[in-house]
Design a protein around this ligand. Structure first.
Ligand code: PRT
Ligand code: MG
Length: 212
């Protein structure tokens, strides 16, 4: 049996065409089903639904043989026990610094002020600001970061941006792009060796189906 960990929503939706290209049809819709383990048309492949941030954990410890996770999630989790053979180029967005539209970020940086930054991505944010020599106090959040600058909790946020409409709706502006983000295929290091005859062809089928 091959177990693949996916998160509901955009990762699941955008992985479906890749699975289809590998001849795998998921037989239940996660939006209507309450099942957490979804069968497929292939008796030897099943999909487990987990939180996006739990995908690398499942794959690392062998709760799943492989999975799909955003680069943002993988950078925070670390890559121990995981192999990342493919950039699937799905669920694309960027990790950016944003501030309230009335906050002069450039001036604050130039003056060497300490900037309060709220984010779920503390590892990546710490590295980014250290590289730039910007002094920051990081505030870890788990929910909507967009609220932090509006309430005075923080001067800036580090968050994912795709269309930019969430920032705009909250009077925030993007002041720096940290890096482009897309979802990766992650495989358990041991499973890649012990189940190579099943996982190898899957990786190849995914690779051929990746959008250019
Ligand atoms: O939402 P939930 O709490 O269940 O979990 P999650 O947010 O971890 O999962 P999900 O499905 O929302 O995101 C899974 C992965 O999709 C992320 O890890 C990213 O790699 C990728 N992805 C791509 C995004 C976006 N685009 C995205 N736009 N993840 C989140 N967003 C959010 C962003 O955080 C912001 O709140 O959408 C908002 C911005 O969108 P725009 O279009 O208004 O700019
Ligand atoms: Mg989300």
């Amino acid at each position: 049996m091959i177990t693949m960990a996916l998160s509901k929503g955009r990762i699941f939706e955008e992985t479906l065409p890749l699975l289809r290209a590998a001849g795998i049809e998921v037989q239940e819709d996660p939006e209507t089903s309450r099942k957490l383990i979804l069968p497929t048309n292939r008796g030897d492949v099943r999909v487990v639904l987990v939180r996006a941030t739990d995908v690398p954990t499942y794959v690392q410890y062998g709760g799943a043989d492989l999975g799909v996770a955003g680069k943002d999630v993988l950078l925070e989790h670390g890559s121990s026990g995981l192999v990342q053979p493919l950039d699937l180029k799905i669920a694309r967005c960027r990790l950016s610094v944003a501030v309230r539209d009335d906050f002069d970020y450039a001036a604050a940086v130039k003056q060497g002020s300490r900037i309060r930054v709220a984010t779920k991505y503390t590892q990546v944010a710490r590295e980014h600001f250290a590289d730039k020599g910007v002094h920051v106090d990081l505030i870890k959040l788990y929910g909507s970061m967009e609220l932090a600058p509006l309430t005075g909790l923080a001067d800036a946020i580090v968050d994912l941006v795709s269309t930019g409409s969430t920032l705009k709706a909250n009077h925030l502006v993007e002041v720096e792009t940290i890096m482009p983000i897309s979802a990766r295929l992650v495989v358990n290091q041991t499973a890649l060796k012990t189940k190579v005859e099943r996982i190898g062809p899957l990786i190849q089928a995914f690779e051929s189906a990746i959008a250019p």
